[in-house]
Design a protein around this ligand. Structure first.
Ligand code: NI
Length: 150
C-alpha cells in the first residue's frame, strides 16, 4: 500500500508528465499499488501525484466499475453544471462544495497504451474531473464554492 500525500504538500501542486513507455513494468506495478491503496482507503478515485508519482495516471471506482486512465484529457463537457460535496484522500475528513459539468467526454489511454474514450455523467464524471485536476496540480479547494483561500 502506498502512502497518500496530504495537503499542503507541494508535490500535489506539480503538473504531472505524460506516460510515454507503456512497456515499462513499473507502470503496471504502480497502477496495481494505486488500485490497492484506493480500495484500502475507501476512495472513489486516486491520482498518481497523491502517491508521489509525477505520471499522468488516475483511477476511479464507481458502482464497482474500475477505470484506469493514463494521459486522460477532457475533450468536451456539458453546459449544465451541478454543485456537489467532494472529498479527497489528500484532505482527510473534509468535504467541499464544487461546481462541475454534469457530463464529460474523455479521451485517454488504457494501461496497454490503447486509445479509449469515456462518456461519463453523474458521480463518475465528477470523480474523473477531480482526478484529472490532480494531474495538473489543481486541488478541490481551488474549485470550492464559495472560494477558499489556500
Ligand atoms: Ni483528490
Amino acid at each position: 500500500m502506498l502512502k497518500i500525500i496530504k495537503y499542503p504538500d507541494d508535490f500535489l501542486r506539480q503538473k504531472a508528465r505524460a506516460v510515454k513507455d507503456f512497456n515499462d513494468p513499473l507502470l503496471e506495478d504502480l497502477v496495481s499499488d494505486m488500485i490497492k491503496t484506493m480500495e484500502m482507503e475507501k476512495g472513489v478515485g486516486l491520482a498518481a501525484p497523491q502517491v508521489g508519482s509525477d505520471l499522468r495516471i488516475c483511477l476511479a471506482k464507481v458502482d464497482n466499475a474500475l477505470f484506469v486512465l493514463i494521459n486522460p484529457e477532457i475533450k468536451a463537457h456539458s453546459r449544465k453544471k451541478e454543485i456537489f460535496e467532494e472529498g479527497c484522500l489528500s484532505f482527510p475528513g473534509k468535504y467541499f462544495p464544487v461546481e462541475r459539468p454534469v457530463k464529460v467526454k474523455i479521451k485517454s489511454r488504457d494501461i496497454n497504451g490503447k486509445k479509449i474514450k469515456i462518456k461519463a455523467e453523474g458521480l463518475l464524471a465528477r470523480v474523473l474531473q477531480h482526478e484529472i485536476d490532480h494531474l495538473d496540480g489543481i486541488l478541490v479547494i481551488d474549485r470550492a464554492f464559495p472560494k477558499i483561500r489556500s
